[in-house]
Write a protein that binds this ligand. Structure first.
Ligand code: PHE
Length: 472
């Protein structure tokens, strides 16, 4: 029986923007973005990424949010309302947060562990095998994951306005202050191998030679990889194609200017990603060597940075914990949004009580996440994926299925549905319904009909390993 009285909502435009930015700003910004920027020589990657945010990212984000507000529903019900024949797309989209939650909270637990350890055993965290020893241990990753999941569940349990909005209103400004503060500190610092400022210049200066082969010709393979990597980064970073922004959009009041809100979310998300790069790259440049980022790949915040903090001496003892606190904040607001996408849809589709649904989702996620933790010891299998990655465990496989397959497939189908079946006017009407102007309207139509679907097809092909020959 339904105990729902009225639909939950954000109190206004700002509450929505901060909650959506809370979802968007996460590990993708603080962890993945700096690694990619460093891989493609900084400046050039920044330019490509920025162009993609303003065109491709913008179109996907505004589509999700407008579908949510227009239908007033979460993923499952929303797609049913857009077109009953396309209701399968709602289920496919709903599957994404269900998969992601199981491993996002595991990584959230790792961050909490580092936050605590950077205070209690600062020196130890900088040793090379600390990270591997930790994630492969049997009990500790589960305990930290459960703490992270408990905080996430508590916020979702408290509801949209009293939980998610309130939480984001405090956390997001705090996060922004920390990321700016640490970036300034790092850029002004001086290490064994150089100054932070030189590292910063290296980060922002485009170097066209980075995209040339040794013989001076354009390196097509590298350019193609840069584009594909920037696109998939954008996807993950803006939290699109997983029902989250549809759910959050359904909580937005009719008078809010969506076009402006999307602009603000994009600016927030991109600014934090840029600043994260302005921390990681100059810090590693000054206190270690940039080659370390390439060597450790995604391990950069758990392996390279603790070492950098140790090199900083006393200052590192403060910067280290503050850095991990900031990452924990970012990860928490993201995991809250993942869980809300599940709970919101559950409440709506099965007419369930919100609080009970939140508890049930928390419980099921806990069991699944324990299994993901065990994927690093008793359940470790180390398989290869079509992308060419080897030695992959449960967490990587789940990440591959959700991010590399389901998200681009869902997004491609959404572009077809909006661009060709119901037509872009369906979205444009919603954006203009509040009486505000839709600034990038023409661009939107071209993107959603032609360019975004094409990009999605490329991404899907890449995930299936079709371009593996390029990296040979
Ligand atoms: N957008 C978040 C980030 O940049 C991650 C995220 C992924 C959030 C999936 C929600 C769902 O890290």
């Amino acid at each position: 029986m339904s105990t729902q009285t009225k639909k939950s909502s954000f109190s206004g435009g700002l509450g929505f923007v901060l909650a959506a930015a809370g979802s968007a700003v996460g590990l993708g910004n603080l962890w993945r973005f700096p690694t990619l920027a460093s891989k493609y020589g900084g400046g050039l990657f920044l330019i490509v990424y920025l162009i993609l945010v303003l065109t491709f990212g913008f179109s996907l984000l505004i589509t999700d949010i407008a579908i949510g507000r227009k239908t007033g529903k979460s993923s499952i019900e929303a797609y049913k309302m857009v077109s009953p024949k396309w209701s399968f797309l709602g289920k496919l989209t709903f599957a994404v947060p269900c998969i992601i939650i199981t491993y996002y909270v595991v990584i959230g637990g790792w961050i909490l562990k580092y936050m605590v350890a950077s205070v209690t055993e600062f020196a130890a965290t900088s040793s090379d095998d600390y990270f591997v020893n930790f994630i492969t241990s049997k009990v500790s990753p589960i305990v930290f994951m459960l703490v992270f999941l408990a905080i996430t569940s508590f916020v979702v349990y408290c509801g949209v306005e009293k939980g998610i909005e309130k939480f984001s209103k405090y956390i997001m400004p705090a996060l922004l202050i920390m990321v700016i503060g640490i970036a300034i500190f790092v850029i002004c610092s001086k290490g064994e191998s150089g100054t932070g400022f030189d590292g910063f210049l290296k980060y922002i200066t485009p170097n066209i030679n980075d995209l040339k082969t040794e013989s001076g010709k354009a390196d097509v393979v590298k350019i193609m990889n840069l584009l594909l990597d920037a696109m998939s980064q954008l996807f993950f970073s803006l939290s699109v194609a997983m029902g989250i922004m549809i759910t959050y959009g359904s909580y937005v009041k009719p008078d809010v200017d969506l076009s402006k809100s999307v602009k603000q979310i994009e600016i927030f998300d991109t600014a934090v990603a840029f600043l994260a790069g302005a921390i990681v790259i100059p810090a590693v440049y000054a206190f270690s060597s940039l080659g370390e980022i390439a060597k450790s790949g995604p391990g950069v915040i758990f392996v390279v940075l603790p070492d950098v903090f140790a090199q900083m001496g006393i200052a590192g003892k403060i910067i280290g914990p503050v850095f991990f606190l900031m990452v924990a904040f970012a990860a928490l607001t993201s995991s809250v949004s993942i869980m809300e996408a599940i709970v919101g849809a559950g409440v709506e589709t099965f007419k369930l009580d919100r609080k009970k649904t939140a508890l049930a989702v928390a419980l099921i996620s806990a069991v699944a996440a324990v299994i993901v933790c065990l994927g690093y010891n008793v359940l470790s299998f180390g398989i290869s994926l079509p992308t060419g990655a080897t030695g992959q465990n449960l967490l990587d496989v789940l990440d591959y299925i959700s991010n590399n397959l389901l998200m681009p497939i869902g997004s491609l189908l959404t572009c077809v549905l909006i661009g060709w079946v119901v037509k872009p006017m369906w979205i444009i009407d919603e954006i203009e319904s509040s009486g505000h102007k839709f600034g990038r309207k023409k661009l939107y139509v071209v993107m959603i009909k032609y360019i975004a679907p094409l990009m999605m097809i490329l991404l899907i092909l890449q995930s299936l390993g079709a371009f593996k020959f390029l990296s040979k």
